[in-house]
Design a protein around this ligand. Sequence first.
Ligand code: PAF
Length: 279
Amino acid sequence: MKIFTTRATLSGYLTEQKSLRKIIGLVPTMGALHAGHLSLIEQAHKESDVVVCSIFVNPTQFNDPGDLAKYPRPIESDIKKLENSECDVLFMPSVSEMYSEGEEWNISLNGLDSILEGKIRPGHYQGVTQIVKKLFDTVMPDKAFFGQKDYQQVQVIAELVRQYQIPVQLITCPIVREADGLAMSSRNVHLSAAEHQQALVLSRALNLAQQLFPVKTIPEVKDEISRFVKQTDGVELEYFEICDGKTLQPVTDKDDEPLVALIAAKVGGIRLIDNVILE
Ligand code: PAF
């Protein structure tokens, strides 16, 4: 696996690969790699010739400096995981490599950045689009792979690609779960064993929502799920919403398919999110 830390050297190498007509697949990450990330690498390997994984803990997408400071950065073990995977290129730039002093970024995201996660984490999706645009400009991938777990992020990036007419195919890969159902997340390492058990309420709530969906109205499903989550000690529900799968606007009518159920909760102070497409 080749490792690059500057945009110029990475882009020089990839220009050579493109001249050989190689298909470039990008898997952007913030490191602390788990099986979910590795499944994206695996999918990228199936669909491209050169798999590039980026590891960059992007400061502009954190609105809480404490959250940024405690974000896990196990770089040595991440490199080992990538070396044992189908990753061909690792890009791990410094902050100053990606940002210049006082840089500003603001795009209109059609309201996608002010609801759900965007409402709780103001500015988060501006930061995400800012760094993803820079990564796309540097790597110029044919395909980019993102996890469905960050469902709203996928819709936001699709909007970025649409607005800037970026010639990249976005591929959304299924959520990878622990055996007990907890969606894989870099934040899971912060959960104690007891909190991990409490966190299972998120995936259980989504399973229940899937069962209720065909037989109840949307407001009834939302009420039942809120009650279900709130009865678990140690879990603070932030939202459970049933939304249009593209605009992410909450819906009350089942005709608006495809629909997605999204949940966010704090468990022991750790924010967790999960979602399911409602069939
Ligand atoms: O999903 C993530 O890990 C990040 O938001 C991303 C897409 C790598 C941008 O920093």
